[in-house]
Design a protein around this ligand. Structure first.
Ligand code: ACO
Length: 328
């Protein structure tokens, strides 16, 4: 019989740029105010890159920390997957740049574009490879610099977005090991909602030109509703598939898009808000990075401990959504 393995988190790391963009800074840039932003989003400040500072720079720092945390060397990594929608170049992949910058062997590497579900999608792929026995130590990174896509004259979007990176090393253990590692994951999409949240220009439909219009286009109210429905549904589905009860889950880490969305999901699930990890106040929405960043900081702050059962859930432009349940 084919031997199967389990995938466990061996180490985590994260990195955000030094530059802070506060609500008071935004008050100087667009017609808005701190109270409106805090009330509607829960965000007080966010980190954004300087000119010349790239997604691969953030990903590199987070990845180095995750590899060190796992007590491994770069040459132990045998696959690199990066979730991002803001690569340094349209191609090649950020993952390929990491291979060289980290000093990994000439292992496979690729990026995944699943917007804010990029990290969960990348983790799911990594787990499948590990489970099948193909790889031993997979570096999985979520890294984005949404500030590079943001139009800082559009007050309805520029208050939300930010930059950051987080990384996990996912390692192989025997299937009968006591530690459960990744237990279940699922991803979904509905392309009907493409234009509810997208970047209209710079792709093959409207390629770069002099009249290039920078910015993320979003129907905020529609996305808000879809996000709450999608994340609640996928958490319920994961519990039903695995047989775990809500009380078994030590923490939920949702994509950090808006504190009101996070609270609405907790409310719909009737899950205690104090067990939902949120750091959106300080970091805003950095897309693929929000989940691994929140996870890593929660570990470092002692909010997540070894053995805890953690539910990750996210949604993003597409619309895409998904969940991943694991024992840390
Ligand atoms: N400051 C002050 N007023 C503002 C601002 C601002 N920054 N932005 C909008 N307003 C005004 C609007 O013009 C509107 O004024 P009006 O009533 O005179 O027309 C009023 O505030 C209300 O605007 P709404 O858009 O209805 O406000 P809402 O309560 O829906 O909040 C928000 C807007 C925060 C964008 C919310 O809809 C939201 O968070 N949606 C989800 C967004 C999201 O999660 N996006 C990313 C997900 S995926 C990814 O991560 C890439």
């Amino acid at each position: 019989m084919t031997k199967l393995y389990k995938a466990v988190v061996a180490g985590t790391g994260s990195f955000v740029p030094n530059k802070k963009l506060t609500n008071f800074d935004l008050e100087q840039m667009v017609e808005t105010n701190d109270e409106w932003i805090v009330t509607r989003t829960g965000i007080s400040e966010r980190r954004i890159t300087e000119a010349g500072e790239t997604t691969s720079d953030l990903a590199f720092e987070a990845a180095k920390r995750a590899i060190a945390d796992a007590n491994l060397q770069a040459e132990d990594i045998d696959l690199i997957i990066v979730g991002t929608v803001t690569p340094d170049y349209p191609f090649p992949a950020v993952a390929c740049q990491l291979q060289e910058r980290l000093g990994c062997k000439e292992v496979g590497s690729f990026d995944v574009n699943a917007t804010c579900v990029g990290f969960i999608t990348a983790l799911q792929i990594a787990e499948m490879y590990i489970k099948a026995g193909k790889h031993q130590h997979v570096l999985v990174v979520g890294a984005d610099t949404l500030s590079k896509l943001t139009n800082y004259t559009d007050r309805s979007t520029c208050i939300l977005f930010s930059d950051g990176a987080g990384a996990f090393v996912l390692s192989r253990t025997e299937e009968n090991a006591e530690h459960k590692g990744v237990i279940y994951s699922s991803i979904h999409s509905n392309g009907e909602h493409v234009e509810a949240l997208y970047v209209p220009h710079g792709g093959s439909k409207h390629p770069y030109s002099e009249s290039y219009e920078k910015g993320i286009a979003m129907d905020g109210r529609k996305i808000f509703k879809l996000a709450v429905q999608a994340m609640s549904k996928t958490v319920k589905e994961t519990l039903a598939e695995t047989g775990y009860k809500q009380d078994d889950i030590d923490s939920i880490i949702p994509h950090q898009a808006n504190q009101r969305i996070i609270e609405a999901v907790a409310n719909q699930l009737d899950y205690p808000l104090e067990k939902v990890i949120s750091n959106i106040k300080y970091f805003g929405n950095n897309s693929s990075a929000t989940i691994p960043l929140a996870f890593d900081l929660a570990v470092k702050e002692g909010k997540i401990k070894r053995g805890d059962l953690i539910m990750h859930t996210a949604f993003g432009g597409g619309l895409v959504w998904g969940s991943l349940l694991m024992q840390y």
